[in-house]
Structure formats: C-alpha cells, structure tokens
Write a new protein. Structure first.
Length: 65
C-alpha cells in the first residue's frame, strides 16, 4: 500500500510539473520568501498576470490562437 501511494504521489507530481499546475505554488513560495510583507495575489490574479505576460511577449509561451 505504501509503495502504491508513493507511485501515485510521483505521478501526481510529474503531471503537475508537466502541465505547469505547480507554477502558482512556486510563485507563492517565492513571494513569501523574498517579499514577506507583500500581499500574495489570488490564484485567479496570478493566472491573469501570467496570461497577460505571455500575450505581451510571444517568446514567453506558445499560443496557437
């Protein structure tokens, strides 16, 4: 049972990294460590900032449409 949990945890980690689902978690950790007094934006605000940045500079990410 323990090895199954470990395998499933590894698969979950891999999928989150592959789809960049963990980007918000990394961003929150960065803000809390580097700027402890700053307000952490909501996930929705973070995703909006990320999308705006990608659309402003096509080198940041590929968008087909």
């Amino acid at each position: 049972m323990r090895s199954l949990r470990r395998v499933l945890g590894s698969v979950r980690w891999y999928v989150r990294e592959l789809t960049d689902e963990s980007a918000y978690d990394r961003y929150v950790a960065h803000v809390r460590h580097e700027h402890p007094d700053a307000e952490v934006p909501s996930r929705r605000a973070f995703e909006r900032m990320r999308t705006d940045r990608q659309e402003a500079d096509p080198r940041q990410g590929f968008r087909c449409c």
